[in-house]
Design a protein. Structure first.
Length: 596
């Protein structure tokens, strides 16, 4: 039933409703969200919790004149519904029309493409400054979740906002959760503010020099409207702290903290049902989790860190409890995490930081200055490298792993191709490397037995410093295929296709992307005319570029394959592969053309 929603095609229509009708509208929107996300997957919990808050914002303010800046923007679904995009939430034929995040290309009501956390206050501070310089008077409103407050940029934004003397409204959506439970001392202060109805003298926001309001029931649209009316057109920065319920209105997401965590982002219900029917499937998250839990039992010095995304590494609530103090969630604080593992290693510990690579790029300076420059023996597992060229959002691209870490002196970068290789490298990195190591975790799990051929050089067990070189999977001539990490199976398919033209190619698993195996590359000059490099990531700054540079002064022809210098948004994998000429037939066509 969409009795009220049928007549809302923009914020102006919302304002025609009586305030007594808003709870019914919220129910309609909430049901639409539950239905759609159940089919398509997406951020369920965050969006269900802010339906009333979003209604109140659009009821009081005048978007797009007044500017809404959504932190992460993974809670902007109701905003999209109220700003002329409801069809994508009501009509299954249009379910996939929109991004899961804000996008100025979609609507004038969206001002930034946002998918990483902690940015909204800084962007709002900047927009307020720009507004003042241009002589305008609109409201600038940042909407940020409590989980994002552990991110350093959010605190920098608050600090800068505290000395402003102009309109700036910061809505802090406090649902007592990040993706997983919050971690950090800042949350003790938020809990005290909730317990005292905002009256505690220990007030972080006032300490920053900001005005402050508190709304206990952040799922009461009318209570929120009253608070926002009070601060509209305010002449100084103010924080409106609202207490909401993550997953509000859907019991299976809202029942427990575990449910809130698993319901933060959900696969389509059909996929979930199929996974339950199929039973547990081994993947790299489960491989890492099982290995690390066993390692912790045997060695007290091993500790695993996460920056607010423990589930991505397979550490759910039960696994975290099992690990005890050997698992640390530092909250959404990637820069701190990298510096912290350096400190742990310096003190004699054996730290492993599990992180999705799109978030690791937030700590580039710390990778260089706090880790690599120090030479401390820490391990980073960068998930997302495998299957990086795919239909993801432009804000969550994982194509930069190699390019990001490839140029940092003192940082050893490894790209395993199989489960056995991954575990051997991980064990070596933790116990024997004696230096900082980044392991680009593959995507699809491949075992040595899954390879089409028995490798001429099997995986060494245990892995040693002497294994930091390329390994030959099959020896051939004329064409050499260097297939990095996740793309080793693709390299074998290219060899198979080349064989149909009478060419028996060499296939090499490079394994190490941070340093060249000049001995192996030099040998290829003797009986090969073409080298093909395959990498599941960006070409610019990547592995293939280094190989091409090495052969630059020789007669060797080098063909490099990977992602172009662009950020793609929800494009099908097959479309990208065709554009990047990553299909075996296209690669073989290019090779044969060069050999003519």
């Amino acid at each position: 039933m969409t009795h009220y929603l049928d007549n809302i095609n923009g914020p102006a229509d919302l304002k025609t409703l009586d305030r007594s009708q808003l709870p019914a509208l919220a129910d309609e929107i909430r049901q639409a969200l539950i239905t759609k996300v159940g089919v398509t997957g997406g951020h369920m919990g965050p969006n269900l919790g802010v339906v009333e808050a979003t209604i109140a914002m659009h009821y009081v303010f005048d978007s797009p004149k007044d500017k809404f800046i959504w932190d992460v923007s993974h809670q902007s679904y109701t905003h999209k519904i109220l700003t002329g995009r409801k069809q994508a939430f009501l009509d299954p034929a249009h379910y996939h029309d929109l991004s899961g995040y804000t996008s100025p290309q979609e609507s004038e009501h969206d001002h930034f493409v946002v998918g990483h956390t902690g940015t909204s206050i800084s962007m709002a501070v900047g927009m307020a400054k720009g507004r003042d310089l241009c002589g305008r008077t609109e409201n600038v409103i940042a909407f940020i979740g409590d989980g994002s407050l552990s991110e350093g940029e959010a605190l920098e934004g608050l600090d800068n906002a505290g000395e402003m003397t102009t309109n700036l409204i910061i809505i802090v959506n406090d649902n007592e959760m990040s993706i997983a439970p919050n971690h950090g001392g800042i949350y003790k202060g938020l809990a005290e503010l909730r317990a005292t109805n905002g009256a505690s003298e220990h007030n972080l926001f006032r300490d920053f020099g900001l005005d402050y309001r508190y709304v206990e029931d952040g799922n009461d649209a009318n209570a929120l409207i009253d608070a926002l009316v009070e601060v509209k057109d305010i002449d100084h920065p103010v924080v409106v702290h609202i207490h909401t319920d993550k997953g509000h209105g859907l019991e299976r997401v809202n029942a427990t903290r575990e449910a809130k965590e698993s319901g933060h982002w959900m696969l389509p219900q059909s996929v979930q049902d199929a996974m339950v029917e199929a039973g547990p499937v081994e993947d790299y998250a489960s491989v890492s989790r099982d290995y690390l839990l066993n390692k912790m039992k045997r060695d007290r010095r091993v500790v695993v860190l996460s920056a607010g995304t423990p589930g991505n590494g397979g550490f759910g609530p039960k696994e975290r409890e099992q690990a005890g103090d050997q698992f640390v969630d530092v909250g959404i604080a990637e820069q701190h995490a990298v510096a912290a593992i350096s400190g742990i290693a310096k003190a004699g510990g054996k730290p492993v930081y599990e992180v999705t690579s799109t978030f690791l790029q937030r700590a580039y300076d710390q990778l260089q200055q706090d880790l690599a420059l120090q030479g401390t023996a820490a391990t980073i597992i960068a998930a997302g490298f495998g299957d990086a060229i795919g239909p993801g959002d432009n804000t969550h691209s994982n194509i930069f792993d190699i390019a990001m870490t490839n140029t940092i002196p003192g940082l050893t970068g490894l790209a395993p191709a199989t489960k056995e290789e991954y575990l051997a490298m991980l064990d070596w990195s933790i116990d024997h490397a004696g230096r900082p190591v980044v392991i680009a975790e593959p995507g699809t799990l491949t075992r040595e037995t899954d390879l089409a051929l028995t490798p001429e050089e099997p995986v060494a067990a245990p892995f040693t410093d002497g294994d930091l070189k390329y390994r030959t999977i099959v020896k051939g001539a004329k064409v050499a295929i260097l297939a990095l990490g996740n793309f080793l199976p693709l390299g074998l398919k290219v060899r198979e296709t080349l064989a149909q033209s009478g060419i028996g190619a060499t296939v090499i698993d490079p394994r190490v992307y941070s340093d060249l195996d000049v001995a192996a590359l030099g040998v290829l000059k003797d009986d090969h005319d073409v080298v093909v490099t395959l990498e599941d990531g960006a070409l610019v700054g990547g592995f293939g570029e280094r190989i091409a540079a090495y052969y630059g002064s020789s007669d060797m022809k080098v063909l490099t394959y990977g992602a172009h210098k662009e950020l793609t948004d929800r494009e099908p994998t097959e479309t990208l592969y065709a554009r990047y000429r990553l299909n075996p037939e296209q690669i073989v066509q290019d090779v044969l053309e060069v050999l003519r």
